[in-house]
Design a protein around this ligand. Structure first.
Ligand SMILES: CCCCCCCCCCCCC/C=C/C(=O)SCCNC(=O)CCNC(=O)[C@H](O)C(C)(C)COP(=O)(O)OP(=O)(O)OC[C@H]1O[C@@H](n2cnc3c(N)ncnc32)[C@H](O)[C@@H]1OP(=O)(O)O
Length: 269
């Protein structure tokens, strides 16, 4: 099992086999995003995606915020960039979030506080969000002259909470507090702050008990089906995934375990 590692902008811990916990670690700046954080997050996500024994990633923040979005203290420094330089900056940030979203195993965001602007986008890059009562979301972009079409926020929000609610959220820049976020589906659950990580770990353990390939191909199907244009295309993709899984070792093992009335021993092969 890989050892915990400390990066400049977050910590990466391994509380138990199959589970990695990434904790953004700039609490004094509300875990706001810097270029270093983008570069490190992308690198860590790509490394995690290659770990065969990884089953779940939990993403959370140190201190009172999940992530305050782009570090506005860094923003000034961007004004000297050319338009292409600015595009490079934006695309670098987008690559980091795309790498997190693209990790083959489920990513659970344990939203411990404010997820503002790019912090909202980061929480949306996770497959599942569990929040503390202080979890709060806002598309801060319009408040500082940017668009909510940022780091995937417009893509996720319209699919997650519906176009009209996404519009209200994006155009007003208002906060959505935890209870409302849960009612909208922005949060899967709201749990006491002191048990947020434990709840995320408990969900991670449930996922770890299942067929790794089954879970990973489920994620692939769910993600792809947010993109495919037809039911037939979705079925085609699902059929391929199932056909692959029936050729593996986990399904026969699951069937044998069911007959033997025992827990299956999944290997992911
Ligand atoms: C005009 C800028 C344009 C530049 C952007 C272009 C960049 C393109 C390349 C990269 C792509 C990134 C895309 C992402 C974009 C965004 O994220 S835009 C949105 C940026 N974020 C915000 O606007 C949110 C600002 N913060 C807040 O709304 C609140 O702080 C909070 C997060 C909701 C927390 O509130 P609260 O608990 O009340 O704490 P505060 O007292 O407000 O803050 C505590 C201290 O933390 C500092 N801080 C908070 N957020 C940031 C931040 N984003 N950057 C830097 N510092 C932040 C805050 O200043 C306080 O500091 P002190 O006063 O020193 O204690």
């Amino acid at each position: 099992m890989a050892e915990p590692t400390t990066w400049e902008t977050f910590t990466l811990e391994r509380p138990e086999p199959g589970i990695a916990v990434v904790t953004l670690n700039r609490p004094e700046r509300m875990n706001s995003m810097t270029n270093t954080m983008f570069v490190e997050l992308e690198k860590a996500a790509l490394q995690l995606d290659r770990e065969d024994d990884l089953r779940v990633v939990i993403l959370t923040g140190a201190g009172k915020a999940f992530c305050g979005g782009f570090d506005l203290d860094d923003a000034e420094g961007l004004s000297s960039l050319t338009p292409i330089g600015m595009l490079d900056q934006q695309e670098m940030a987008a690559r980091a979030l795309s790498a997190i979203r693209g990790i083959r195993v489920p990513v659970i965001a344990a939203v411990n506080g404010a997820a503002a602007g790019g912090g909202l986008s980061l929480s949306l890059a996770a497959d599942i969000r569990i929040g503390s009562p202080t979890a709060r979301f806002n598309a801060a972009f319009v408040r500082i002259g940017l668009s909510a079409g940022d780091l995937g926020a417009s893509w996720h929000l319209t699919r997650l909470i519906g176009p009209a609610r996404a519009a209200e959220f994006a155009y007003t820049g208002r906060f959505i507090e935890a209870v409302e976020a849960e009612s909208l589906g922005l949060l899967n659950a709201v749990v006491p702050a002191e048990s947020l990580l434990d709840e995320a770990l408990a969900m991670a353990r449930l996922i770890c008990a299942n067929s790794p390939a089954g879970v990973q191909l489920s994620k692939r199907a769910l993600h792809a089906n947010m993109e495919v244009s037809s039911y037939a295309a979705a079925l085609e993709l699902e059929n391929r995934g199932q056909a692959l899984l029936t050729r593996g070792e986990d399904m026969p093992e699951a069937l044998a375990a069911f007959k033997d009335k025992r827990s299956p021993n999944f290997t992911g092969r």
